[in-house]
Design a protein around this ligand. Structure first.
Ligand SMILES: Cc1cc2nc3c(=O)[nH]c(=O)nc-3n(C[C@H](O)[C@H](O)[C@H](O)COP(=O)(O)OP(=O)(O)OC[C@H]3O[C@@H](n4cnc5c(N)ncnc54)[C@H](O)[C@@H]3O)c2cc1C
Length: 372
């Protein structure tokens, strides 16, 4: 009889990394992904140095795939702005393409990918774990819980009132020049909006806002664009004449920022990516965490380690950057501190660069040095 596979529940970056690391080390891996095909995801599409390094460990070089590159951070509020060097060269690349590329790599390495099927239930505390997917039951030796922003009913996380959106745009030549080599973050009362150039000179706009503000301005893109243009001349210039690549921004609600899953679900269920940890978006490090945790969980599975030991190790690794990100988040969240934040950033660019470094994952050499 065939052995039960290791199953990634969700085929985003975390689930694909989990399956790929297992498959290329000779273990049977299966990815169950609810969407039928590549799709746009709410994400700023800013790839930090760690994300690029972890992707290259997995055999993906976004630079040869046409990714953009940037080295400067621009912070704006109202008519004021400050710029500082990033602590590394970042890349911009669409999730639409990136997630599919990683799933393709996992398939090449021997993982089975099943799309268009949702996992609705996971039962059993010890292996084999029984899954319900698409109305059928199947067994797994261990699970990478990689459903990202979506919770399985059994494994809830405390929601927040933050809503996230993403839209890609074709902008004017002048606006494109304004964003050259830049990751731009504009704060407004009730949220912030990021902009970068990704491949093919497309601009990715990604923003988060409190539900109360959303209720006030509405979810319609034209209404939101008009609101942003009123918040800052920089945004007005970016949006002037811009053409959305599709009609309605993709959205996600109740993002549980700051969440760290400390409690073990079962010795054989390994939470990865956003199911393990959700860092505030402005850090641009969620994809690194997704990739790192997917790879680390696979390595733990291969070493016969329990999910609890893996989680403890990951949380210890992530806790310092979450503390810094939480503190910086207060500055972004509090409208009356925006002036002070920009003023300080203008006076002390090295402080901005240092904070950008502090909100990133550190010390992952052990994961990169892994040999089965
Ligand atoms: C507003 C915003 C901006 C961000 N910007 C950045 C950024 O610029 N840079 C960065 O590094 N990070 C950013 N992030 C974070 C980053 O997007 C996430 O951390 C990352 O996508 C997590 O990857 P994941 O694989 O855990 O989840 P996801 O990418 O969400 O993948 C989960 C997958 O599981 C599937 N799925 C869900 N439920 C089921 C089910 N029941 N059965 C089967 N499949 C299922 C989904 O279809 C999905 O494909 C941002 C996040 C937000 C909210």
């Amino acid at each position: 009889m065939q052995e039960a596979p290791f199953v990634a529940v969700g085929g985003g970056l975390a689930g694909a990394a989990f399956a790929l690391e297992l498959a290329r080390n000779g273990a049977p891996a299966l990815v169950i992904e609810s969407t039928r095909a590549a799709h746009h995801k709410v994400c700023g599409e800013f790839l930090s140095e760690e994300a690029q390094t972890l992707l290259s460990y997995l055999g993906i070089d976004v630079h040869t795939m046409g990714a953009s590159s940037m080295g400067t951070f621009r912070l704006a509020a109202g008519g004021n702005l400050a710029e500082a060097p990033l602590p590394f060269r970042a890349a911009g690349y669409s999730r639409y393409r990136l997630d599919q590329a990683l799933l393709d790599k996992a398939a090449e390495a021997g993982a089975e990918i099943r799309r268009g099927i949702s996992v609705t239930e996971i039962n059993g505390s010890e292996a084999p774990i029984v899954l319900k997917a698409g109305g059928r039951k199947l067994t797994a030796r261990a699970i990478g819980l990689a459903s990202g922003k979506h919770n399985l009913r059994q494994f809830p996380r405390a929601p927040s009132d933050m809503v996230g959106f993403k839209l890609q745009l074709r902008v004017s030549a002048a606006a494109l020049r304004q964003l050259d080599d830049i990751v731009q973050l504009a704060m407004f009362d009730g949220g912030y909006i990021g902009a970068i150039i990704v491949e093919d000179e497309i601009v990715t706009l990604c923003w988060v806002m409190h539900n109360a503000l959303l209720q006030r301005i509405g979810a319609d893109w034209q209404a939101q664009a008009a609101y942003f243009a009123r918040q800052s001349p920089l945004l007005a210039e970016l949006l002037d004449g811009a053409k959305p690549c599709w009609a309605k921004p993709v959205a996600v609600a109740a993002i549980p920022y700051g969440y760290l899953r400390r409690e073990a679900l079962s010795p054989a269920i390994f939470p990865v990516g956003d199911q393990l940890a959700v860092i505030p978006s402005f850090t641009g490090d969620g994809m690194s965490i997704a990739l790192l945790s997917g790879i680390a969980a696979a390595q733990a599975v291969l070493a016969g380690e329990s999910a609890e030991a893996y989680q403890r190790r990951m949380i210890t690794r992530l806790a310092p950057q979450f503390r810094w990100a939480g503190m910086v988040n207060v500055l972004f969240e509090t409208g009356r501190l925006h002036g002070l934040t920009i003023g300080t950033a203008r006076l002390l660019p090295p402080l901005v660069t240092w904070l950008a470094q502090s909100t990133r994952i550190r010390s992952y050499a052990d994961v990169m040095a892994y040999q089965a």
